[in-house]
Design a protein around this ligand. Structure first.
Ligand code: ACO
Length: 402
């Protein structure tokens, strides 16, 4: 890479690579993906081992600090995060100022942009203690903001965090507790959400993470960079896909539940219909996260005693795709989003909350990537080139002569 890049600089050669299909923007020690084998490692640890034995907050530590924490380090880390989950009253007013029909992703990105206004002591990108504080604050406040955004959309009063329940369980409580009533969090739901967030925690240089890095490359602070990542994630081809999957399944169900007829539309590319939750830029094999999510979907729906017709439709779609040449030739398999929406729905989250949940999960990855970039002496401001294809030089004509 180094030889080629110095050559490029000398000759002034510019490569055009739409979508950066073949361009590495950085070197990274965080996440390894082998898309052909369906392998995903965080700091070398296989995703299935982490999903089975670790927890979201431990993985957040692993991603942001590089190693699994020792016992005391983990306890201190969780303690620090839980200490900062509260939001300032004025900050609640900011969220309360949004119309109830505002998309919670708009609320989340705005709120994250606003955080440095409340914590100006945590914005220096080059002071390690400050960066650590911003890391803790972001991880601590993201679920509270997401739960508030959820309640705001329902026109419900916001319910503040409570210490001692656990990060994930308290997030569920803040989201679902009826005002002034006791609420017990179902441990199966808490475990499932923990696993889902952990599976989303990082995925190397995807659209939102690349966005975080490019914004941070201008030395924008962590909050500003992460907020840009949240906006990137809101797009339907990226984080919005889990929402799109549920919409697709709802439509298929409303049309009588005929999976084969829908798949024919997809294959004929009717009006650009795609099988949402399928395909991935990097995985050309089963997404290892999708296999774990599928197990969790089964577990959650069984625990709730729900036979979900949409899950049946999803399973039928997958079954058709696995044996159909269109999908086989293009190497299209379920990605992490195919089954996540069904679990979130079973938990009681409305469709619009699916992408904010993804954002809460991706937070450790965005932070870890930003931190790695800031410490990397090879980092330069992100500034791609272009091939200009517009008009050659021409003279301006005054408006009355045009
Ligand atoms: N359904 C039907 N056909 C598809 C799908 C799909 N979901 N995905 C790709 N294809 C087809 C394309 O039409 C194209 O066919 P062609 O060669 O006949 O033109 C071929 O497969 C290659 O597709 P590209 O769009 O070139 O693949 P790319 O790598 O650019 O796109 C993407 C990847 C955006 C994920 C795509 O597969 C997609 O749109 N999937 C649905 C949306 C989705 O689930 N996104 C979530 C991504 S994962 C995440 O963000 C966590």
């Amino acid at each position: 890479g180094i030889v080629v890049s110095s050559l490029l600089r000398e000759t002034g050669t510019v490569t055009v690579d739409p979508g950066f299909m073949n361009t590495a923007s950085c070197e990274s020690t965080i996440t390894y993906i082998d898309g052909n084998q369906g392998v995903l490692l965080y700091r070398g640890y296989p995703i299935d081992q982490l999903a089975e034995h670790s927890s979201f907050l431990e993985v957040a530590y692993l991603l942001t600090h590089g190693e699994l924490p020792q016992h005391q380090q983990l306890a201190g880390w969780i303690e620090r995060i839980e200490r900062h989950t509260h939001l300032h009253d004025n900050f609640k007013a900011l969220i309360g100022a949004f119309p109830t029909n505002a998309h919670p992703m708009a609320v989340l990105s705005s709120a994250v942009s606003a955080l440095p206004g409340y914590y100006p002591e945590s914005v220096d990108p080059f002071d390690p203690a400050t960066v650590e504080l911003a890391t803790v604050l972001l991880l601590a406040k993201a679920p509270t903001i997401a739960a508030y955004a959820h309640r705001r959309a329902l026109g419900q009063n916001m319910i503040g965090p409570e210490r001692g329940l656990g990060y994930i369980a308290d997030f569920l409580r803040m989201s679902f507790q009826p005002t002034a009533q006791h609420y017990d969090v179902d441990p199966v739901m808490a475990k499932a959400l923990d696993v889902l967030l952990l599976l989303h925690a990082d995925h190397e240089q995807n659209c939102s993470t690349s966005t975080v890095r490019i914004v941070g490359s201008a030395h924008a602070n962590l909050y500003a960079s992460v907020s840009a990542g949240i906006n990137a994630l809101s797009g339907p081809l990226h984080g919005g896909a889990n929402e799109a999957v549920l919409r697709m399944l709802t439509e298929i169900q409303a049309d009588g539940g005929d999976a084969t007829a829908f798949m024919n539309k997809v294959k004929n590319k009717e009006a650009g219909v795609r099988l949402m939750g399928f395909g991935h830029r990097v995985y050309k094999n089963y997404d290892p996260r999708a296999a774990i999510v599928k197990q969790q979907a089964d577990r959650v729906l069984r625990a709730l005693g729900k036979r979900d017709e949409m899950l049946d439709i999803a399973l039928r779609l997958e079954e058709i795709a696995l044996h159909d040449d269109y999908f086989i030739e293009r190497k299209l398999y379920p990605n992490v989003d195919f089954y996540t929406g069904l679990i979130y729905k079973a938990m009681g989250f409305p469709t619009r909350m699916f992408t904010p949940l993804f954002a809460v999960g991706r937070m450790p990855g965005w932070i870890a990537q930003w931190r790695e970039m800031m410490l990397d002496p090879a980092t330069k401001i992100g500034r791609p080139r272009q091939i200009y294809t517009g008009p050659t030089t021409r003279d301006y004509t005054p408006v009355h002569e045009r």
